[in-house]
Design a protein around this ligand. Structure first.
Ligand SMILES: C[S@@+](CC[C@H](N)C(=O)[O-])C[C@H]1O[C@@H](n2cnc3c(N)ncnc32)[C@H](O)[C@@H]1O
Length: 385
C-alpha cells in the first residue's frame, strides 16, 4: 500500500520549504545583465537596479514557473508514479534479494524545477509553491537506493528567460546532495535535447522520461517515437527481455480543439498521423451530424499510436480546470512493464484520486469561490464609478 505523504510547506516564498523531508530553499534569484548599460527595475547581484522591460511576461521572473492551481494535479500524477519506485520497487524485500535496479530519469522540459501559484497565495488555499517535475524527479532519485542519471533540459525560446530559468534550475537542484554527481543539465530545443539524453542512458536499465511541454507543437511525434523505440535487451531466467523506456507525457488537448480544422498540420506533427488519414473521417462524421468530441477523437488516435509502440495502452488521467468545468489537458503514462503498469493503475491512480477528493478539490473550490466573489465585487465597484 502506498503511503500518503502530503506535501508540507512551512515558510514564505522567500525562504525554506520542507517537502517530504527535503528542505527546498527558494530565494528569488537575481541576475546580472549581459549589458550593464541598460536602466533597471530589478536587482543585480550587487543590488543595482535593472530593466527587464523588453522581456514579455514581466511579472514572471522565471525563477519558478507561474501556474494555475489545476497544475497541482499534473505534479501529483508524476509524484504518484515516482512514489512507486521509492516505496515499492525500492522495498526492504527487493533490497535484500538484490532486485532493485538502477533508475535513470530524464526530464526534457524541466523549466526551473519549482512552480508558484498566485491564486493559491492570494486566496490562502492549498500550496502556493511546490516542486515541479525536475525536483520531483530529483527527490525520487535522492530517496532511491540505486539512483542512475538525472538528465534535465531547461529551454526557453527567449534567451534571457532561458538563462534565468536554467540558472534557477541549477540553484533549485543543488539541495539534492546524494545525487549531485548524477545530475546533468542542458539547455536545448527538444530534438537535440532528446538526442543528448539518448546518448547517455543505457536502455537495458529502467529509464523514465518526463515530457511536459506547454503545447502539442513543442513535442513532435518524431521525438516521442525516437525515445519510445530506444529499447534495451537483457536476459532474465534464461529468457530474452526487451526493456522499453517509460514515458510520462502531458498532452495539451486545448491545442487540439483549437487547431483541428484551423491548423491541422500541428495535430499531424504531434500525433504522427498524416492529415489525409485523420481529418477526412473526422469531417465526415461532423457532416453526418454526428456529435463528436474533437479532444476525445485526437486523444484516441494518439493513444492508439502509442499502443502500437508499447504492448499496453497508456494510462490516462484527465486534468480538470480549477473550477472543474472543463478538461484542460491529459497526463499519459506508458510502460510495457507489467508491474509498473498495474501498480500505477491500481495504486498510483487511486492515490491521485484520493488526494483529489480529500485535498485538491477542497482547495480548488475555495480558490474558485473567492475568485468569483472578487469578480462580482469588481463588477459592482466599476458600476459605482
Ligand atoms: C510546461 S513547462 C514545463 C514545466 C516543468 N515540467 C515543471 O513541472 O515545472 C514547458 C517548458 O518547456 C519549454 N519549452 C518550450 N518549447 C520548447 C522546445 N521546443 N524544446 C524544449 N523545451 C521547450 C518552456 O520554456 C517551458 O520551460
Amino acid at each position: 500500500m502506498l503511503k500518503d505523504i502530503a506535501p508540507l510547506f512551512t515558510d514564505e516564498f522567500n525562504g525554506t520549504y520542507n517537502y517530504r523531508g527535503i528542505d527546498i530553499e527558494s530565494k528569488p534569484i537575481t541576475y546580472m545583465r549581459d549589458n550593464p548599460q541598460q536602466k533597471g527595475s530589478g536587482l543585480t547581484k550587487e543590488g543595482q537596479k535593472m530593466d527587464y522591460s523588453e522581456i514579455e511576461d514581466n511579472d514572471n521572473d522565471f525563477t519558478s514557473e507561474e501556474v494555475k492551481y489545476h497544475t497541482r494535479q499534473k505534479h501529483k500524477f508524476i509524484e504518484c508514479y515516482l512514489n512507486i519506485w521509492t516505496e515499492n520497487v525500492d522495498s526492504e524485500e527487493n533490497r535484500q534479494n538484490k532486485r532493485v535496479p538502477s533508475l535513470d530519469i530524464i526530464d526534457l522540459y524541466a523549466a526551473s524545477g519549482l512552480v508558484t501559484c498566485d491564486d493559491a497565495k492570494e486566496y490562502h488555499a492549498g500550496d502556493y509553491q511546490w516542486p515541479g517535475s525536475a525536483l520531483l524527479a530529483a527527490q525520487c532519485l535522492e530517496n532511491y537506493s540505486f539512483p542512475g542519471k538525472l538528465l534535465l533540459n531547461s529551454y526557453h525560446k527567449n534567451p534571457e528567460k532561458c538563462r534565468r530559468q536554467y540558472d534557477a534550475l541549477n540553484t533549485n537542484i543543488e539541495k539534492f546532495r546524494k545525487i549531485r554527481n548524477k545530475i546533468e543539465i542542458t539547455s536545448q530545443t527538444i530534438e537535440p535535447a532528446a538526442e543528448w539524453a539518448l546518448r547517455q542512458i543505457n536502455p537495458k536499465y529502467p529509464n523514465i522520461w518526463i515530457l511536459d511541454p506547454y503545447a502539442v507543437s513543442e513535442l513532435p511525434w518524431s521525438v516521442v517515437e525516437k525515445i519510445g523505440t530506444n529499447w534495451g535487451q537483457y536476459k532474465s531466467k534464461g529468457k530474452n527481455i526487451v526493456r522499453k523506456p517509460e514515458l510520462i507525457i502531458t498532452f495539451m488537448t486545448p491545442d487540439l480543439q483549437r487547431n483541428i480544422t484551423k491548423n491541422p498540420h500541428i495535430i499531424s506533427d504531434a500525433i504522427g498521423i498524416s492529415e489525409s488519414e485523420w481529418l477526412p473521417p473526422y469531417l465526415e462524421k461532423i457532416n453526418r451530424g454526428e456529435k463528436i468530441n474533437a479532444r476525445q477523437y485526437i486523444l484516441d488516435l494518439y493513444a492508439q499510436k502509442l499502443s502500437a509502440m508499447y504492448e499496453k495502452p497508456p494510462i490516462i488521467a484527465e486534468i480538470k480546470s480549477t473550477g472543474q468545468t472543463n478538461i484542460v489537458y491529459c497526463m499519459l503514462f506508458l510502460t510495457d512493464n507489467n508491474a509498473g503498469h498495474y501498480m500505477m493503475k491500481l495504486h498510483g491512480l487511486k492515490e491521485l484520486e484520493q488526494w483529489k477528493i480529500y485535498q485538491w478539490n477542497h482547495d480548488a473550490k475555495i480558490i474558485t469561490t473567492k475568485k468569483n466573489n472578487d469578480k462580482i465585487g469588481q463588477k459592482d465597484l466599476s458600476e459605482w464609478f
